[in-house]
Design a protein around this ligand. Structure first.
Ligand code: MG
Length: 249
């Protein structure tokens, strides 16, 4: 037993020297080059246009074939020249396709005519996997609770800064999403993580998702499949969306 401990200690003591030795051994720069895998070629879009490998969820026309209503029927929001606008009372909409880990680009606009205040002004939301909300809100000179303002992870994470443009102007979200992983029994093996840029400004830096972004109470995970639809919220305000694309990771 004593001998084993002694040998372990000797090994640890020698580690730095072994490391030095192995570092000394590499003299050819080619030894540290990696030639595989070769990254797939992707053509980036002009400005915020989708890159060549993106799935376009909302493009330039009035095509809503990627979307359905809450009950699986046709979307009843307004669509005009690629601009999709919430119609109060018509309910959330969701993608027909299901997604897990992804990069998501969304453009949104709150009404230029300012109506209401706090959570009642330009409220909508981007729900990753149908249950984790990145808040959409007119947070330009509109105070509400900080973990419920635009670019918050609703009631979980306050955005690092308020990068909101004035009402009536188009805004962007660029989101990197790492889906949660559940054990067979339903417990969380790995929580979800999210990074959000709001109008190009980092507002959520790889933050851990604590669970479903519920309105009331402590937020916890409810296990679900590894691919889920993307959902946009009807919160009763005529918020508009355009140019939505997603890249599966
Ligand atoms: Mg909302």
């Amino acid at each position: 037993m004593k001998k084993t401990i002694f040998l372990t200690l000797v090994c640890f003591a020698l580690l730095p020297f072994m490391n030095m030795y192995s570092q000394e051994k590499i003299t050819d720069p080619k030894d540290t080059e990696k030639w595989s895998p070769v990254p797939v070629v992707v053509t980036p879009g002009e400005g915020t246009a989708p890159p060549s490998d993106a799935i376009v969820l909302l493009g330039e026309g009035n095509d809503l074939s990627m979307w359905e209503s809450r009950d699986g029927g046709e979307v009843e929001w307004d669509i005009e020249d690629g601009v999709l606008t919430v119609v109060k009372g018509k309910g959330v909409i969701r993608t027909r396709n299901y997604f897990g880990d992804c990069q998501l680009h969304v453009e949104w606009r709150t009404p230029s005519e300012v109506v209401g205040e706090g959570q009642g002004r330009g409220n909508s939301g981007v729900f990753l996997m149908g249950r984790y909300e990145v808040q959409v809100l007119d947070s330009y000179n509109n105070r509400t609770y900080s973990n419920g303002q635009a670019a918050s992870i609703y009631k979980q994470h306050i955005p690092l800064v308020n990068a909101c443009r004035p009402p009536g102007e188009w805004q962007t979200y660029d989101i990197i999403w790492k889906a949660p992983v559940f054990n067979e029994g339903g417990s969380v093996e790995e929580p979800a993580y999210i990074t959000v840029l709001h109008n190009g400004v980092l507002v959520q830096n790889h933050v851990e998702i604590k669970g479903t972004t519920d309105f009331i109470g402590i937020q916890t995970y409810k296990p679900h499949a590894d691919r889920q639809p993307l959902v946009l919220q009807d919160h009763g305000n005529p918020v508009s969306y355009r140019n939505i694309w997603i890249r599966e990771l």
